[in-house]
Design a protein around this ligand. Structure first.
Ligand code: ARG
Length: 613
């Protein structure tokens, strides 16, 4: 349970001591240790230091080398170029460090030093509406962020800010009152009631959303909601009297009239059946208490506006309560305000988000708020955050940021649409990914000796993993092409490639039988072993960076490189047929640690690693 310092940090410390011994006048100088192609590490800090001390960098570097004493860790250090230090570590240090990692159930990864409490706002679909690829991105990226932060010791509070409030409910509820059986799924004889999804339909026996409704129940719920949405919209647009009744219904809803609220609740519950079935398909845990939609902040809205107005953060303009920003202007050069209350008294998206900030900071005690939301909402969040800062709800100790993600594009590079120009249903996409993945798995299945049940299960893990990995493997803010052929390809930067690397490792370990993996620090390492070993040692650093910078793609990139380095190792270094029993054990040990690291890393990204593939 003890964290293991990385070789990079150990070397950095040794150089820092040598530096202060050789050049006491340098004070606390930065060593600036980097990875390097020429050696294991390169220290660049002496260049800046030489400038400061007005000395010759190569001379200073030579003095630092003379003062360096790191027996057992540093194999070789030389001055290179204008005054860099190239450092090579001993094979022994690599193996010993890795052995300590394998012995630890956190793989030696330290907790973040100043862990706090973060609210992650992600997976926020809208009631009575189909989920789309944007909702998928938020869910996948947000879930990975939650796992990474939690693993690093952060207290994470999940918030699914679903769109469950607004004037459209007037029309929907009024229509339901006039057509009371429109939401009955029991009319569909085969559709099970919510919460009765059988294990066979859930993504696995450890289905995370324990009561995930079946795919059928979810589909039935959504198709009713869709039909109702369209029918009520048609009535609203064509029938003036219905329109008037729908408007009155909005008033009743906002006044909290009982019957109206109960019907509103039916829409929310029905939508949740659908949401949970999709999250179940995505093999993703979403917990009911964490779903706090827009309506959850209704009782705070008036107060939020009152505070903003009283403190002068917001002002009345043409009847509306507005916040202005000097740098937010429209095409006409006039400032575009954030409207917190409309002139008719209604509250909108901004008032809700501001109230949510008060709740998350004041009541939940968070010091970081992270919003995993489409980049097209960036202006909204910029204005909301700035307003909250002016009001003092955000400050030097409490930060908010948006983890903005780009648009999902079709293969043709245009926003993702069907051939008929309709938005693609998320469920269809996921089903197709699983179908394609199952075909890929099936092709190799015979060799791996998989049963039909395993093929189907692996097909789901590979297909859903492929979709998640594609979302996570590029920097979030970039648009990306949704290309299923590429996603389930066995070569290249895909999750399947990582999953196969893992399965291959497990297969070798099974074949090893009684021969146990064991580190042998006395052995010399081949170049491919060193490269793999040094990369394995960087897992903790990578996670720390991904957590601090809210960049899950760094974990994906790390894992891809790990699998690539493992492939080279596997090609160049026979494992079970190595020369000596010690070498076999040591290579098995490298296999084992690589497997554990891959499995953990993939789990943080929400991707399963089957034992056999
Ligand atoms: N429901 C919104 C949408 O579908 C996303 C909500 C984002 N979160 C927030 N706190 N505004 O676009």
């Amino acid at each position: 349970m003890a964290s293991v310092p990385s070789l990079a940090s150990t070397v950095e410390q040794h150089i820092a001591s040598a530096l202060s011994a050789a050049l006491p006048e340098a004070g606390a100088a930065d060593v600036l240790l980097r990875r390097s192609d020429r050696a294991d590490f390169q220290a660049n800090g002496i260049l800046a230091l030489a400038k400061k001390l007005k000395g010759n960098p190569r001379d200073l570097a030579t003095r630092v080398v003379a003062a360096l004493s790191a027996p057992g860790v540093v194999q070789d250090v030389e001055v290179s170029g204008p005054g860099f230090l190239n450092v090579t570590v001993t094979d022994r240090a690599i193996v010993e460090t890795l052995a300590a990692r394998l012995a630890d159930d956190r793989l030696g990864v330290a907790h973040a030093p100043n862990a706090g409490a973060t609210v992650v706002d992600y997976a926020q679909p809208n009631v009575a509406k189909e989920m789309h690829v944007g909702h998928l991105r938020s869910a996948v990226i947000g879930a990975a962020m939650v796992e990474i932060l939690e693993f690093m010791g952060e207290t994470v509070i999940r918030r699914h800010h679903i769109g469950d409030w607004g004037t459209q409910f007037g029309m929907l509820i009024q229509y339901l009152i006039e057509h009371p059986h429109e939401l009955d799924r029991s009319a569909d004889a085969d559709a099970p009631a919510p919460g009765t999804g059988s294990a066979a339909e859930a993504p696995s026996e450890q289905a995370p959303s324990e009561q995930a409704p079946s795919a059928e129940a979810g589909e039935a719920a959504m198709s009713n909601l869709n039909r109702l949405y369209k029918a009520s919209r048609a009535a609203f647009d064509s029938d003036e009297e219905f329109k008037a009744r729908a408007r009155d219904r909005v008033v009743a809803l906002q006044a909290g009239e009982k019957e109206t609220l109960a019907l509103w609740q039916r829409f929310v519950d029905e939508s949740k059946v659908y949401f949970y079935s999709v999250f179940g398909k995505l093999d993703m845990e979403v917990r009911d208490p964490d779903i706090v939609g827009e309506s959850g902040y209704n009782d705070k809205l008036a107060e939020t506006c009152r505070i903003l107005e009283e403190t002068g953060v917001a002002e009345r303009s043409e009847g509306a309560l507005c916040v202005f920003f000097d740098d937010v202007k429209g095409p006409d050069g006039k400032r575009v305000p954030l409207i917190v209350q409309k002139s008719n008294g209604g509250f909108g998206y901004a008032a809700t988000d501001l109230s949510a900030i008060r709740d998350r900071v004041g009541e939940l005690g968070a010091d970081t708020l992270l919003y995993v939301v489409d980049v097209r909402q960036s202006l909204h969040f910029k204005m909301v955050f700035e307003t909250a800062r002016r009001a003092g709800w955000l400050n030097d100790d409490v930060h908010a940021s948006q983890l903005a993600f780009g648009t999902v594009l079709g293969k043709d590079g245009k926003p993702f649409k069907t051939r008929e120009g309709e938005t693609v249903r998320l469920v269809d996409l996921l089903d197709e990914a699983v179908d394609r993945a199952t075909a890929v798995v099936r092709e190799k299945a015979e060799k791996a000796g998989l049963s039909e049940q395993e093929i189907e299960e692996n097909g789901r893990y590979v297909g859903i993993g492929a979709v998640k990995y594609a979302d996570l493997s590029t920097s979030a803010v970039r648009d990306y092409k949704f290309d299923l052929d590429q996603m389930v390809s066995l070569s290249g930067d895909t999750s399947v490639y990582l999953q196969y690397a893992y399965a291959r490792i497990r297969s070798i370990l099974r074949k090893a039988g009684d021969v146990s993996p064991a580190p042998h620090p006395e052995l010399a390492l081949a170049p491919a072993e060193r490269a793999l070993g040094l990369h394995l040692d960087r897992f903790g650093e990578t996670l720390a960076e991904a957590a601090a910078g809210h960049e899950p793609h760094k974990v994906a990139a790390y894992l891809y490189q790990l699998a690539s380095l493992y492939t080279s190792f596997y090609d160049q270094c026979p494992v079970l047929k190595a020369d000596t029993p010690e070498q076999v054990a040591n290579r098995l040990f490298l296999c084992e640690l690589t497997g554990r690291t891959l499995e953990k890393g993939l789990a943080l990204l929400g991707i399963r690693a089957p034992e056999r593939l």
